[in-house]
Design a protein around this ligand. Structure first.
Ligand SMILES: O=C(O)CCC(=O)C(=O)O
Ligand SMILES: [Fe+2]
Length: 254
C-alpha cells in the first residue's frame, strides 16, 4: 500500500479542520435533541485510510466500502430523519437544489477527504471535479422499502460529471449496463451477461465519473433473482441512499 507521508496527511488533516488526536474521543453528537449535530470533530482523519476499489469493467466507477463508520451512518440517518422529509410515510424521495443542509455539506467534505486520502494510483475522482466549488450543490435522498428499486437510467444532463452515492441500511446490488441510447440494439443492452453487479453495503460510497456517469446506466432491481450475493438472495430491508451531484450552469443544461 502506498502510504501517504505523515507530514502530507497532517497538512491535509489541518486543511480539512480535523481535530488533533488528544481531543477527539468524545461522543458522536447524533442523539435526539442535539440540534448542532456535526461529525467534523469526531472523524479521525489522521487515522483514516480509505480503501478504494475500481470496478474495472466500468471506467470511472469507484467504490469505497467502508466510507462511513457505524457511528457516522447513525449520524447521517439521524440527520436525515431530523429533516422530517419522510414523516407520515407518503414520500420516498427528497431533493434539494442549490442550498443543501449542513450535514450534506459535511458529507461532501468526507467525500473529498476520502478521495484525497486515497492510496490507489488512479484518483477515484479527477482533480478538476474534486476541487470545484462547491463539490456538490444538489442532494437526493431516496428511501426504498423491500422490493422497491430504481429503473436503469443515466442521470440527467442538467447535472455535471462526478456523482456520489452513499448507501445506508439494507445491502443491495446496483447493476451497471452500457447505455446504447444512440443505437437501437436493445438486446445487447438487456443481455444479463453485460450487466456489471456492484454490491452496496451500508456505509459504502460509489463515485461515478466520465464513462460510468455518461455511458453506463445504473439500476437497482429488487425483484426476485436480481439481488444476489454469493448466489443467494440478499435479505431485503429498507434502504436509504444519499446522492450528491453538482448542477451544471444554466446555459449548459441539456
Ligand atoms: O439509490 C441509489 O443508490 C441510486 C439513486 C439514483 O441513481 C438516482 O437518484 O439517480
Ligand atoms: Fe442515478
Amino acid at each position: 500500500m502506498a502510504a501517504m507521508a505523515e507530514g502530507q496527511r497532517r497538512a491535509l488533516a489541518e486543511a480539512f479542520g480535523a481535530s488533533s488526536s488528544s481531543d477527539d474521543d468524545g461522543e458522536v453528537g447524533y442523539g435526539d435533541g442535539d440540534d448542532h449535530r456535526t461529525l467534523g470533530r469526531e472523524r479521525k482523519l489522521t487515522e483514516m485510510i480509505p480503501v478504494w476499489e475500481s470496478i474495472c469493467e466500468v471506467n470511472g466507477l469507484w467504490l469505497c466500502r467502508e466510507f462511513l463508520s457505524e457511528n457516522e451512518q447513525h449520524w447521517l440517518l439521524s440527520s436525515i430523519r431530523q429533516e422530517g422529509w419522510f414523516n407520515g410515510g407518503s414520500f420516498n424521495q427528497a431533493m434539494r437544489f442549490g442550498e443543501i443542509p449542513e450535514w450534506a455539506k459535511e458529507l461532501a467534505g468526507f467525500v473529498r477527504e476520502a478521495v484525497c486520502f486515497s492510496t490507489v494510483e488512479d484518483q477515484p475522482l479527477p482533480s478538476d471535479l474534486l476541487w470545484r466549488e462547491p463539490l456538490f450543490d444538489q442532494l437526493i435522498v431516496n428511501v426504498y422499502e423491500p422490493g422497491e428499486g430504481i429503473c436503469a437510467h443515466v442521470d440527467l444532463m442538467r447535472f455535471d460529471d462526478g456523482i456520489a452515492i452513499v448507501s445506508l441500511e439494507s445491502t443491495c446490488v446496483m447493476h451497471f449496463t452500457r447505455s446504447k441510447e444512440e443505437s437501437d440494439n436493445k438486446e445487447l443492452e438487456e443481455d444479463p451477461s453485460q450487466r456489471v453487479p456492484v454490491l452496496l453495503t451500508p456505509g459504502s460510497l460509489v463515485l461515478m465519473s466520465g464513462e460510468a456517469r455518461y455511458l453506463w446506466k445504473h439500476e437497482i432491481n429488487r425483484k426476485p433473482g436480481f439481488q444476489l450475493q454469493g448466489g443467494k438472495e440478499i435479505q431485503q430491508e429498507r434502504r436509504t441512499s444519499v446522492t450528491l451531484r453538482k448542477l451544471r450552469p444554466q446555459h449548459n443544461s441539456g
